[in-house]
Design a protein around this ligand. Structure first.
Ligand SMILES: [Zn+2]
Length: 159
């Protein structure tokens, strides 16, 4: 029992170790690569980013963690993560203290990230080059409405 508690404490300390920045915690195991993609963090990114894959989580079994140093991610950026892992939480760190903590939430408007499943939709036309725009239609069950064809969908794929 003590060993487990110590492990949890160590993990918390590890997360707090970044001095300033944003820690995205409790990401579903294996989803971290898609999370980095959604945050536009790739080989060209200049800042320091630490990634933890398949860390032990008492609550969920396994989790991934992303620590972005020296940068406060906006809610517009982090809420997109809810499309991949609804259980993710965001910790904003300033001077080694957690100054803000929140759960990601599906954004009200999602631009150019999801495909419209309606093949007749103008966003799927090869002739037009129109970015998709989806609105959150309902939270439970989760549904989206396409701005262009106005149809409502429950399951969407990424572009
Ligand atoms: Zn559409």
């Amino acid at each position: 029992m003590n060993a487990i508690i110590n492990k949890e404490i160590n993990k918390e300390e590890k997360i707090k170790k970044i001095k300033n920045g944003t820690v995205i915690d409790h990401i579903e195991g294996g989803k971290v690569f898609s999370v980095l993609k959604i945050l536009n963090i790739d080989e060209n990114y200049k800042g320091i980013v630490s990634v933890v894959i398949n860390a032990e989580s008492k609550k969920y079994g396994k989790k991934d963690v992303v620590k972005v140093e020296g940068r406060i991610l906006t809610k517009d950026e982090t809420n997109k993560i809810a499309l991949l892992s609804a259980r993710a939480t965001v910790n904003v760190i300033a001077d080694s203290n957690v100054t803000e903590k929140y759960k990601v939430e599906i954004p009200e408007e999602i631009n150019n990230l999801l495909k419209c499943p309606n093949l007749e939709c103008i966003t799927n036309s090869a002739l037009e080059n129109i970015e998709t725009k989806m609105f959150r239609f309902s939270k439970k069950p989760l549904k989206f409405r396409c701005h262009y064809c106005e149809r409502v969908f429950s399951e969407l794929e990424f572009k």
